[in-house]
Design a binder for this molecule. Structure first.
Ligand SMILES: *Cc1c(COP(=O)(O)O)cnc(C)c1O
Length: 270
């Protein structure tokens, strides 16, 4: 087995400790736990907890449970897949101010749907997608907050631009007037070993600092979306401003990771 696979197995094993939340009270408790950990990580790093936003990730979670999470205070939800997000958006359009953030790779043929209902898109990594999104947003008279996804782990199985291509890419984004570019997003290596995970977060932070100098007018580089259930405290220590947390709130997920990002060596694809 490759080292990366063993890292991922250990990581997934650790996720199984997260208990499923169903009731509003259970969601309140899980959210309080995560906020307490965010607070502790901020204290350790000398940061103000108000500078870290918790984005609950509701992929695979049923409508009934999402309604309870909403009642417990989750008013913006992250979803990896457009179709799943769109279905949920339609089913829960009765909930005031419920917003949807698309955090997974987008194909151009889904750009129209994202333009229609999403409030943010965190996985921009091609001009084709930028072009398609901008066209549909303009037609609808909407705009969209976007983050550029960067592959900081150099794994082929992850989406996102290689770090060295980001600066040139960002320079082209002012042409897309409906996209409000806010910063960068990454997925770290899946591992229990902080020595392997931390460099991914450091890389994104350093890149953001460099881009702040060179970013064109109208492009702000304030946001760093990094950190998931297994590594958000580490990400906060390294400057994260948005943590995308699913399992620590909703409970361990049974769907294999390979359903959400390509995985050439995971057991689920075998
Ligand atoms: C699922 C997902 C997350 C959250 O992962 P958890 O392990 O549930 O915290 C974060 N980012 C992306 C892009 C995801 O698809």
């Amino acid at each position: 087995m490759r080292a990366g696979v063993m890292d991922r197995v250990a990581y997934n094993e650790r996720m199984t400790k997260y208990i499923t939340a169903n009731t509003v009270e259970e969601f309140r408790q899980h959210l309080a736990d995560v906020h307490a950990r965010i607070g502790a990580a901020c204290a350790k790093a000398g940061r103000d907890p108000a500078t870290v936003r918790l984005l609950p990730v509701s992929k695979t979670v049923s409508e009934a449970r999402i309604r309870n999470a909403y009642a417990a205070g989750c008013h913006t939800l992250g979803e990896n897949k457009v179709q799943e997000a769109q279905r949920k958006w339609q089913a829960m359009s009765d909930l005031p101010d419920l917003r949807w953030a698309i955090i997974g790779h987008l194909q151009t043929n889904k750009a129209k749907d994202v333009a229609e209902f999403a409030s943010e898109f965190q996985a921009l990594d091609s001009l084709r997608v930028a072009t398609a999104l901008d066209k549909h947003l303009q037609a609808l008279g909407r705009s969209l907050d976007v983050l550029v996804q960067v592959n900081t782990s150099a794994e082929e199985s992850k989406f996102g631009l290689p770090p060295e291509e980001v600066e040139a890419f960002v320079k082209l984004l002012p042409a897309f007037s409906s996209l409000r570019v806010r910063g960068l997003m990454t997925l770290a290596l899946f591992s229990d070993d902080a020595a392997k995970v931390r460099p991914c977060f450091v890389r994104l932070h350093e890149l953001r600092e460099r881009l702040r100098q060179s970013a064109p007018d109208g492009i702000t580089m304030d946001e760093l979306s990094m950190g998931m259930s297994g590594d958000y405290e580490l990400a906060i220590e390294e400057g994260s401003t948005i943590v995308r947390v699913g399992q620590a709130i909703f409970g361990a997920r049974k769907t294999p990771d390979s359903a959400y990002w390509p995985d050439s060596h995971g057991p689920a694809n075998a």
